[in-house]
Ligand binder design. Structure first.
Ligand SMILES: Nc1nc2c(c(=O)[nH]1)N[C@H]1C(S)=C(S)[C@@H](COP(=O)(O)OP(=O)(O)OC[C@H]3O[C@@H](n4cnc5c(=O)[nH]c(N)nc54)[C@H](O)[C@@H]3O)O[C@H]1N2
Ligand SMILES: Nc1nc2c(c(=O)[nH]1)N[C@H]1C(S)=C(S)[C@@H](COP(=O)(O)OP(=O)(O)OC[C@H]3O[C@@H](n4cnc5c(=O)[nH]c(N)nc54)[C@H](O)[C@@H]3O)O[C@H]1N2
Ligand SMILES: [Mo]
Length: 777
């Protein structure tokens, strides 16, 4: 980059010594103790526990240490010796705690006791579990079921998730929004419609068989770092990696394997992407259209030699809609493609030529495609490209969304869904002898609207930090306190616990690293990874407090206190032995989960299958569908003078709303999160200077004022017309109506904003990092 010297950036490879220093900076050098190492050595391996961070594969052929920098941080975060006790709550009112940052709140450590909000003193006070369950049950019985929402963040096990969804339906609603609604819901809706399967078609072994991988909007180095190992191997055997991302993400540029002594000592780096293009945010429909245009042109040329570039047999047998799509592509001009993508025709053609020459291609994507107003079309365009050469449903090829939370995909598999058509309600009805509700429930956006309007009266959160993760934070927080009941099941204190309803409970649970002993002995839980493989997980650590309950026990406790007795619903027996929950899952979902108990520790997990991978297309047309896009930009708004496309970003020191520290090492941003990233030319055009403090204002055009203040202008390599700043700090700028049209996923990767300068200046990063963080036991 010609602007390299002017911008904040990081020159070392991802991984390497930096990743070890990254852990040490937060946890001190003491993280490297035998006890901690023993726990980390069990991470992501059969007989051990499955990482609480991302949903990346847990391969059968695992490394000695199958964890990464960020997986280690997530584990150590749970292992902290700090405790957030009744004494802590006695010393601080809830109003006071609302003034604390996300970082400070989680620094208080693991929650230890069930707590009830006491209005008189504005404090959380300890209460007995039975008292909490009885009170919550009483409240729920008094409310109309459809006025309540049961949210889940994607960490809870398959066993917990199955019970939670069953509880919601027995009680009488499908209001089961999930973190997936803010994440890969676009995938679930788009892939279901287009190829008839709502998840990716690739399995782990395909990564070692493909000739090329195309990355669109997924930040491997930070969000799924163990993926860097198969990527490095792929590069070494000659596979080509091509990336489209507005940000030059270090992990997709260069990697040193921290588990290879030779690489570490010699400083050997592997170059990952052979082509890297900084597409404008929202410009992917245009890029993919341009690539398809090149594929058609290459096919025209090949035909002159009696060859084909298109997989005509596959297209004829397995797809529909090519004609309309092809005419759309051919009639779109390069001029419009270049204007919308911000990339040159030559660059797009160079990338497309790699596609044309590769026998087997995998398409990989993340939030850069899903979190847009036209996220659906982004994914549809990616599938179009793959279909042209039959790259779906064969070895070494396919579409691969990289899922977020460690069991977010699995939660949907076992019934956490607001969409009744995705759940085998008839089977549940027969299995448990009840009539499940059949009407569509509330997703995240609908739940937000319901809370704003006052229609939603109660909210149960199975993990997560809903008010921090959703759009429209300021208005949402104000509305939140008008609810009658809020219940949060959590490991650590967060903001969502502090904007409580009239009646509020904070229920602390075991973490997955901890021993879960029930009446029937030590328990196993299971999760599904991003490649649809199911893994058993056993915690070995002593629980953070003797007062913690497991998530299945908490869900069952509330359910029992809410619902009338039913001989087929055996909450106590299920909690005593989770194998009985797995038996129920296997009965409801026989095809995917037959012989669940015997297969739960299959090395590498057992695959639950995917029809599209078998080229069985469960779509309306019975075939895979080419989709002609109706728009060129995914942003859903027009460009206008002074309006920018804001990307909300994750740093290397956070897991969603959990902030581990203030180092975004792989981007060179140290010591602060209050930055506004902008390219140097754009900065000058806007009349700004490095270090200038600015506010961002929403430019949603709906008359509602939304703003975030105190951001330091920081020159950074980005395309023109866009800005970068951190999630969740930027969420007050997002309108709840700004979401993917089909799936309602909030459009967090192109938020329309304006900049309001001030006369104040502050130092730009890198700053000296502030203090040390938590230390593990
Ligand atoms: N350490 C860590 N790991 C995590 C998480 C975490 O917060 N921290 N979160 C977990 C969760 S829940 C999820 S969903 C995943 C998220 O993982 P990702 O899917 O990687 O999500 P993001 O980091 O939000 O952004 C993805 C990338 O999209 C790029 N991008 C932005 N806009 C566009 C665009 O218009 N087009 C293109 N092509 N690219 C764009 C951004 O620059 C960024 O590199 O990670 C999971 N793993
Ligand atoms: N602007 C913007 N907004 C976004 C995004 C974005 O990229 N930009 N990304 C979106 C995405 S992809 C997602 S997935 C959502 C995330 O939204 P959520 O899933 O709701 O949020 P998290 O930050 O993952 O939740 C963290 C909290 O979970 C609790 N917790 C941790 N471990 C456990 C456990 O084992 N059990 C229980 N019960 N609780 C636990 C802790 O109390 C912790 O404070 O945010 C979305 N919001
Ligand atoms: Mo996510």
């Amino acid at each position: 980059m010609s602007d390299r010297d002017e911008t904040v950036h990081y020159d070392s490879p991802a991984g390497g010594w930096g990743s070890l220093r990254g852990i040490a900076r937060i946890f001190g050098d003491e993280w490297n103790t035998p006890a901690v190492m023993e726990t980390l050595a069990r991470q992501n391996k059969p007989g051990g526990f499955m990482c609480v961070s991302c949903s990346w594969a847990k391969p059968a052929d695992h490394n000695a240490f199958e964890f990464c920098e960020n997986g280690a941080k997530a584990t150590l975060w749970d292992l902290t010796t700090r405790r957030c006790t009744p004494e802590f709550f006695a010393g601080h009112t809830v109003t006071e705690l609302r003034g604390w940052s996300d970082y400070e709140l989680e620094q208080t450590g693991r929650l230890t006791h069930p707590m009830r909000y006491d209005r008189e003193t504005d404090r959380y006070v300890p209460c007995a579990w039975d008292e909490a369950f009885a009170a919550i049950g009483g409240e729920l019985r008094a409310l109309a079921p459809k006025s309540t929402v049961f949210y889940s963040s994607g960490r809870a096990s398959l066993e917990t998730s199955y019970l939670y969804a069953l509880f919601a339906r027995l009680y009488g609603h499908n209001n089961l929004p999930d973190s997936s609604n803010m994440c890969h819901e676009t995938t679930s809706v788009a892939l279901k419609k287009i190829i008839g399967a709502s998840v990716g078609t690739v399995v782990f072994d395909d990564l070692s068989k493909c000739d090329a991988m195309f990355f669109f909007g997924q930040n491997t180095g930070t969000n799924s770092p163990r993926f860097l190992h198969p990527l490095q191997e792929a590069v070494r055997r000659g596979a080509k990696i091509i990336t489209f991302n507005p940000v030059r993400e270090r992990g997709l540029e260069s990697f040193t394997n921290p588990q290879s002594p030779v690489e570490m000592l010699t400083g050997q780096e592997t170059r990952i992407s052979e082509q890297y293009y900084q597409v404008r945010p929202g410009g992917d429909i245009a890029v993919l259209l341009g690539m398809c245009k090149h594929v058609f042109a290459a096919d025209d040329e090949a035909r002159k030699r009696d060859r084909r570039v298109l997989d005509v047999d596959f297209i004829a047998q397995h797809t529909t809609g090519l004609e309309e799509f092809e005419s759309k592509v051919r009639s779109t001009t390069w001029q419009s493609i270049e204007a919308e993508s911000g990339l040159s025709r030559a660059d797009i053609e160079a990338a497309a030529q790699v596609y044309v020459e590769a026998e087997r291609v995998i398409g990989i994507y993340g939030m850069g495609l899903t979190q847009h107003v036209h996220g659906f079309e982004n994914i549809a365009m990616f599938v179009n490209l793959l279909l042209l050469r039959g790259n779906i449903g064969r070895e070494g090829a396919g579409i691969s969304p990289v899922r977020g939370h460690s069991n977010v995909q699995g939660q949907r598999t076992v019934g956490i869904s607001e969409k009744p058509e995705l759940v085998p309600l008839d089977r549940l009805a027969a299995q448990f002898g009840f009539e499940p509700p059949r009407d569509e429930g509330l997703n995240t956006v609908a739940a937000c609207k319901g809370i704003l309007s006052g229609d939603v009266k109660a909210f149960i959160g199975l993990g997560g930090n809903f008010v921090r993760a959703i759009p429209e934070r300021e208005r949402m927080e104000a509305a939140w306190t008008r609810m009658r009941l809020t219940v949060q099941i959590a490991t650590k204190l967060n903001r969502s616990h502090l904007v409580n309803g009239e009646v509020a409970y904070l229920l602390p649970c075991l973490s997955r690293t901890e021993k879960d002993v029930q009446a029937g002995g030590a328990q196993v839980v299971t999760m599904e990874d991003t490649f649809s493989c199911i893994h058993g997980s056993i915690g070995h650590r002593v629980p953070a407090s003797e007062h913690l309950l497991s998530e299945p026990a908490i869900v069952a406790g509330i359910a029992k206190a809410t619902l009338p007795a039913n001989p087929r619903i055996t909450w106590d027996a299920w909690v005593a032995d989770y194998a009985r929950i797995r038996a129920e899952i296997a009965e409801t979902y026989h095809k995917e989960f037959h012989d669940f108990e015997e297969r739960k520790f299959t090395p590498g997990g057992f695959y639950r299958g995917n029809s599209a991978r078998e080229r069985v297309w469960k779509t309306e047309a019975g075939k895979a569908i080419f989709t002609a896009p109706k728009m060129m930009s995914a942003t859903g708004f027009d460009d206008a003078p002074g309006r920018y496309r804001l990307i909300t970003m994750r740093s290397n020191d956070q897991f969603n709303t959990t902030i581990y520290g203030y180092s975004d090492r792989l981007r060179g941003i140290e010591g602060t999160r209050d930055v506004l990233l902008i390219n140097p030319a754009e900065m000058r055009r806007a009349g700004l200077e490095p270090g200038q403090v600015v506010s961002l204002l929403s430019d949603a055009g709906d008359g509602i004022e939304r703003s975030v203040h105190g951001l330091v202008v920081t020159p950074f390599s980005l395309p023109d017309g866009c800005l970068g700043a951190y999630y969740p700090e930027m969420n007050p700028l997002m309108a709840v109506t700004h979401h993917d049209e089909h799936s309602k996923t909030p459009a967090a990767k192109s938020v329309p904003v304006r900049i309001q300068p001030t006369a104040e200046f502050r130092p730009t990063p890198p700053l000296e990092p502030e203090g040390q963080g938590l230390r593990p036991s």
